[in-house]
Design a protein around this ligand. Structure first.
Ligand SMILES: CC(=O)[C@@H](O)[C@H](O)COP(=O)(O)O
Ligand SMILES: NCC(=O)COP(=O)(O)O
Length: 250
């Protein structure tokens, strides 16, 4: 039986490959279209300030692709809520935005929000701006159950649980089990606080089934690095099917 997809394919890594040359391939929008046609729910991108992978122009092209050819699919933008990023959100009007506490030089996202007074003030303003633009707001959180209520209190609609430490335990089942317990407890706390629950970072065909068995209410998983590694072997369309199968959707 086919159920709704939770898979949002992150195409940052496609842009990394494209940017090795001053040429338009591999095509970010072309591969995004293949993923959407094959059954992905949406496309995620994390345009970083140095544009080392996704460029602002990619964001607008992806928004146009989805509006023109895939109106029922979703675009998610990830980034630190700087004035520049908020301007991009307002202009590109994604379906969802994930605010991440990354500094501009960070190699990749490696922690969630801490909710100190300065972060709370920044987030409240950013959440208001995004919601006024009719964009669903999600906050990137470490797997710590107590954070969920704080996210709800400042106006977030969803959280994305940072699953990097879980993904990093690929060769240590015992440690993976402990990480999974933390993720599941956080997911349940967020659900109980009335939030939608997403998960992301270093998710793979191998580590998704245990997660989805314990937290079947997860709404979305955005997957880039592991997805692209899989797609180099199997192709983009087949990898969409492989990840959806791992999520128990097909
Ligand atoms: C928010 C998050 O979890 C990150 O995975 C991010 O989307 C990946 O960014 P990079 O592709 O720049 O490593
Ligand atoms: N939000 C997580 C994401 O978009 C992709 O993370 P990864 O699969 O590249 O680690």
């Amino acid at each position: 039986m086919m159920s709704a997809s939770r898979l949002s394919v992150n195409v940052n890594a496609v842009a990394v490959l494209r940017n090795r040359r001053d040429l338009p391939w591999p095509s970010v929008t072309g591969l995004a279209a293949i993923a959407l046609e094959a059954g992905a729910k949406g496309i995620t991108v994390h345009p970083r300030p140095d544009e080392r992978h996704i460029r602002k122009s990619d964001v607008f092209e992806l928004a146009e692709l989805i509006e023109d050819r895939f109106p029922h699919k979703e675009l998610c933008l990830e980034g630190y809520p700087s004035p520049d990023f908020l301007d991009l959100v307002e202009k590109a009007r994604p379906d969802q935005v994930l605010f991440v506490p990354d500094d501009p030089h960070q190699q990749t996202s490696d922690h969630g929000w801490r909710f100190d007074p300065a972060s709370k003030a920044l987030l409240k303003e950013a959440i208001t701006a995004a919601r006024e633009a009719a964009v669903t707001v999600s906050l990137f959180l470490d797997p710590e159950p107590a954070l969920a209520a704080e996210a709800a209190a400042i106006g977030a609609e969803r959280i994305e649980i940072y699953t990097g430490p879980y993904g990093g335990c690929h060769d240590n089942p015992e440690a993976a089990g402990r990480e999974l317990d933390r993720i599941v407890a956080t997911a349940e706390a967020a659900r109980d606080a009335g939030l939608g629950v997403n998960a992301g970072h270093d998710l793979t065909v191998a580590n998704i089934p245990a997660l989805i068995r314990r937290a079947p209410f997860i709404r979305e998983m955005s997957i880039g690095h592991g997805f692209t590694a899989d797609a180099l072997i199997h192709g983009f369309a087949e990898s969409v099917r492989r990840f959806r199968r791992a999520m128990g959707e097909i």
